[in-house]
Write a protein that binds this ligand. Structure first.
Ligand code: SF4
Length: 342
């Protein structure tokens, strides 16, 4: 089992110490004997240890910055939610294909924000604007929030915050199995707890540093037992030799491990693998030995919302994966709700 994340190095913005959570985290890390440095801004960590890019990248991935969220304008988060709620940025996982390679290539360290109440106030404003419509907030657009939450409990607070809300719902996705502290959160059914799952091949070659599939499924079982609405995101769907069998085995495993009570309110989302040119450059620099196939000429270009081309599978390949996985879903989980393929 992958151990819960412990940072090797911590940076703190002085203003973070004006917040209870900031003080609490600094005390915690001091007691753990972790080196703590001061930084004027969580966006400018320049003096990370390491002799070369490779070393500094690895250090950054185990560095936690305790700071304040300054931009309180939330990004949109289609198709899974109306808004992305910013609770943290960055991740300790080493998934080669990670979407963060595009969005935060030069700042791979992890940032946690202590001004959580201000973030909630902003969420409240968005909910009021859309009332009486329900507003969904996605908490994992810029990080794997579950992966650091055993340290900060920010996500737990968000779950309880939305648990009391009439107009808001929370959702997030994780590849980590460290969910125990979230099991007693008063979620009131307002949070959809999703796990990212994949074929063995993809997990084995492209997802180092994350929990194994069996551990994620065991965590999913516990989460369902705690009454959370549950979901799975199959992402990224990646064509590799034997992919049909690989994804079939994944569904078989899921079907064998998931108890009936976990299937009452179950959703699935399918997301195909895609990459951008800047992401490809970053991936080749950070994971030079990767087997990840990143050949633009084999893909279909698609204009992305960040004003940049992304490379997705061809129309025929997309149809094939949608039909193949769609059939498995109907065969193994006829009661589940299929949300989208993108
Ligand atoms: Fe990226 Fe998610 Fe992997 Fe973290 S767990 S590196 S956020 S894909």
């Amino acid at each position: 089992m992958v151990k819960p994340f412990v940072p090797e190095l911590v940076y703190v913005e002085p203003r973070a110490l004006e917040y209870d959570l900031g003080k609490e985290l600094v005390n915690k890390f001091e007691n753990m004997g972790i080196e703590i440095r001061e930084t004027t801004s969580h966006n400018h960590i320049r003096n990370l240890p390491g002799d070369n890019h490779f070393q500094r990248y690895r250090v950054a991935k185990s560095t936690l910055v305790v700071g304040l969220r300054k931009t309180l304008k939330f990004d949109t988060s289609k198709p899974s939610a109306e808004y992305a709620i910013p609770l943290a940025t960055g991740c300790m996982g080493h998934c080669h294909y990670c979407y963060l390679q595009t969005t935060m290539g030069s700042k791979p360290y992890i940032r946690t924000y202590v001004n959580v109440e201000e973030v909630f106030d902003q969420a409240e404003q968005y909910m009021r604007e859309r009332a009486p419509e329900m507003t969904r907030f996605e908490a994992s657009c810029t990080s794997d929030i579950v992966g650091i939450d055993h340290l900060t409990h920010t996500l737990k607070r968000a779950i309880e915050y939305f648990g009391e809300s009439d107009l808001g719902q929370l959702r997030f996705v994780t590849k980590f199995a460290h969910v125990d502290h979230l099991l007693d959160a008063k979620h009131n059914g307002k949070t959809r707890f999703r796990f990212s799952i994949n074929a063995d091949y993809v997990i084995k070659y492209f997802e180092p540093g994350t929990s194994k599939l069996d551990d994620r499924l065991e965590a999913a079982r516990k989460v369902a037992e705690a009454g959370y609405p549950l979901g799975f995101i199959v992402a990224p769907i990646y064509l590799h030799e034997g992919w049909r069998e690989g994804y079939k085995e994944m569904f078989e495993k899921l079907e064998a491990l998931l108890p009936q009570y976990a299937r009452n309110d179950l959703t699935f989302e399918f997301i195909q693998h895609r990459f951008t040119k800047p992401a490809k450059k970053t991936i080749e620099k950070n994971y030079p030995m990767t087997k990840l196939e990143l050949d633009e000429s084999k893909r279909k270009p698609k204009w992305g919302k960040y004003g940049i081309w992304k490379y997705v599978y061809t129309n025929e390949e997309q149809e094939d994966m949608k039909n193949t996985l769609g059939k498995y879903l109907v065969d193994y989980f006829p009661e589940a709700k299929f949300e989208y393929f993108t």
